[in-house]
Design a protein around this ligand. Structure first.
Ligand code: FE
Length: 316
């Protein structure tokens, strides 16, 4: 009897083991079928998209100097024939590109003064449309920078207050961006979509400032103006005016957290952040002054830590 029981137990045990092995292989097979394309997509998603990097794209933008660069100067720095298509009109030149996988596209555009043929306005737009995968944060983002020389009528007109002046300047930026894109009148899809995105982003800011004009005072402050955006969820914008030049920096979605173009440094002793886009005008540092070009005796405005490298961290 005991013998029989033991035999039955052994038989039952081996059957369970066989079942387990069978189900294991079935599971592996099914996972392989379903997971194959997923894992391939996931690996492809994680792989970098190749050059040019955001930093390289931004460097083309940074090299154009308003009121100085000629059309020949701009053409020599703005266009990378291996990655970008060039579009030109009478007074606007643009170089647009897209990464192979199509997630990222960009537009570098410069408008010239017709008589003097020097650069008067420059724009850079980078758009990343990488989709959300698993639990990662949404990667979609947009980075927009522009600098333009404005007419004295716009800057010096007697406005009712400083907020109204800032609002009007921002409207002018939107107007110029729109007309410069229009002037290209190209069938390049990147350029036409870029124009739409720039317009949409600035419009979202203007709508917010129309409702709450008092926020305009924050445009050149660190806790700058934040706004909602239909496609990229959330955005931030900064605007500074230096003499007759207005500079705008707008970041949407994932680009809010990234440093594109302006190297910000954080004080490791107290957490103060130096933002070169804004500078520290109240302390005699003009907007656009890089951390590297601050005087050697410059010290943290919050805690007095000196400029030595052990006190400062370059933000990603
Ligand atoms: Fe500090």
């Amino acid at each position: 009897m005991n013998m029989r029981l033991t035999k039955t137990n052994v038989k039952g045990g081996s059957l369970r083991v066989k079942n387990c092995i069978f189900y294991f292989f079935i599971s592996v097979f099914l996972c392989g079928l379903c997971g194959c394309s997923l894992s391939r997509d996931f690996v492809g998603f994680l792989k970098p998209e190749g050059p040019p990097s955001d930093k390289q794209i931004f460097s083309s933008y940074a090299l154009t100097q308003l009121k100085k660069s000629s059309a020949a100067d701009v053409l020599s720095v703005i266009h990378r024939p291996e990655y970008e298509l060039l579009s030109q009109s009478r007074s606007v030149v643009a170089s647009a590109g897209q990464k192979k996988k199509g997630y990222k596209s960009w537009l570098n555009m410069v408008a010239f003064n017709e008589e003097e043929t020097t650069a008067m306005r420059k724009y850079l737009l980078i758009v990343n449309e990488r989709p959300k995968v698993l639990f990662t944060e949404p990667w979609e983002g947009l980075s927009f920078d522009c600098e333009m020389v404005l007419e004295s009528e716009i800057l010096d007109e007697p406005y009712s207050n400083e907020n109204a002046r800032r609002l009007e300047i921002l409207r002018k930026v939107q107007e110029y961006a729109h007309s410069d894109i229009e002037e290209l009148s190209t069938d390049n899809e990147i350029i036409s979509v870029s124009g739409m995105l720039i317009n949409q982003g600035l419009e979202a800011v203007l709508v917010k400032l129309d409702v709450s004009p008092a926020l305009a005072i924050k445009l050149d402050k660190k806790d700058t103006v934040e706004f909602d955006h239909l496609s990229f969820n959330r955005g931030k914008i900064q605007m500074v005016v230096v003499d007759d030049v207005v500079k705008v920096k707008m970041r949407l979605g994932s680009f809010i957290k990234k440093t594109v173009g302006y190297n910000r440094y954080k004080c490791l002793q107290c957490g103060y952040v130096y933002d070169p886009f804004l500078g520290e005008p109240e302390h005699g540092i003009a907007p656009g002054t890089s951390f590297e070009s601050l005087p050697n005796d410059w010290a943290c405005l919050e805690c007095g830590a000196d400029k030595s490298s052990e006190n400062w961290l370059l933000l990603p």
